[in-house]
Structure formats: structure tokens, C-alpha cells
Ligand binder design. Sequence first.
Ligand code: OGA
Length: 263
Amino acid sequence: MEDAMKVFREFFELPFEEKSHLYSEESNVKCRLYTSSFDYANEDIHYWRDCLKHNCAPLEDCIDSWPQNPPRYREVVAKYSTQVRELGLRLLDLICEGLELESGFFGNGYDENSFVSVNHYPPCPDPRLTLGLPKLCDPNVITLLLQDTIPGLQVCVDNKWLLVKPCPDAFVVNMGYQMQIISNGKLKSAEHRVVTNTQKARTTAAYFILPSKDCIIQPAKALVKMGDPPLYKQFQYAEFIETFKAHSTWEPAKVLELFENVQ
Ligand code: OGA
């Protein structure tokens, strides 16, 4: 974890010329460096984040697109992402046991397209005018977030924003919307956002476990009974993600409402 955080930081410390070839405004590029302010002249809040995003699995299909500088990037991130994925799959097995689903439930296409977003939030002269990330819920199954020691992540509890204290050697695990749907509302996806600070750059790496585009998502049959009807419809993951992207400025909960089962 320390090694991975070190190469992620080193990547963002490189002079711009050494990473500019990875810069792209196209969202479907395999390995993409971008900045998240979209419409600087018109947006109410500016987003103060640079991001390096690339697929992580299967490793042999994506590693050639990863940065070659810092020179240890590929070696360290391959080892890191393989182990974070294993941890994620163990967590899914434990969640499966906790929800009393049949063993191996999450083995069926729910982790086909994992990717990592390495976030870099530079110090900001006026944090009142910016957010690192807007209020959102993750659209995927689960996310494992590695934070450095600088605070910035907040979670919404009873309409109040609480700081998620960075804890070295630990991951923050976020349930995504797919988990909320599959668990028929038993596990809730938490609303979170990222604030900026004037003093120090902050680096984090979010590892997203997500289903294949054609994966059919619905509340697990074992959790739907008399008196516990399905709260959500059945759909293909591709449909969900298109809708999620098309409504990126909506309140997070409103997007999920589109997939609720109206009786
Ligand atoms: C994300 C995320 C939190 C953070 O990348 O989706 O929630 O603290 N990041 O960077």
C-alpha cells in the first residue's frame, strides 16, 4: 500500500510534459489523465481534482496502456491492484455469507471490469469555491479507497457532512448502488464528497469493482420474499451506467429512483 501510494504521488509530481501524452478528454480511453473541471466559466462549484484512470483486470489486457514513468509504476501497481482485487473478492464472499446468499454469488460477472482512479487534489487557494469531488454515490458494486494522511473525504450522515479520518494501512470500503440493489436495500450506498484544503496536495486511489456491461442486475432472489418485495427493477448494468452518466448533475438518490420498482 505504501509503495503504491508512493508511485501514485510520484506520477503526479512528474513535470507535465512527461505525462501530457496520457491527457485525454475522451472518457473511453484505456488509460486516461484528465482534470475534472468541465465548464469553468459556467459551473457553480469548480472541481479541483486531477485524475489518472485505467483498467486493472485482466492485467495482461491493460498493463501496456499504463504509465511507464515513474519506472516502477507498472510493477508496483500490478502487484497492488492484484492484491486489492483479491481483498475485494474476499469482502464480497463475506458480504455474501452475511446476506445469506448462495456461496459464490458474486462470482458471476460482478467483478469483470475493475479499474482504478488515482485522484490528486492540489492545494487550493480558496476551498470555499471548490470541491474535490461533488456529492455522489458510487454506481458500481464496491469500492476500496486508499487515502494518504491528508483529510478530505466526507460522508453524509443524517444530513451532516462528517470527515472520514484517513487511517494509514486501512481502506475505506464503499458500497456501490449495485450492492444496494442486489441486497434489496439491506446495504446502503453512502453519499460522499471530497473537500479541498489550502495547505497540502492530497492523493487517493479508488479501486472500483464493477460488473460487465451485459450483467443482469436485480435484487437477489434469496432476499425477495412475501412481505419483502423487490425494491428495484431488473436491468442490464450498461443501462444503469448510461443513465448514471447522463444525470451526473442530479442528486445521487434521484438516479437510483429511476430503477425503483413502482408497484
Ligand atoms: C472516488 C472517491 C474519495 C477520495 O474516487 O470515487 O470517492 O477521497 N474518492 O478521493
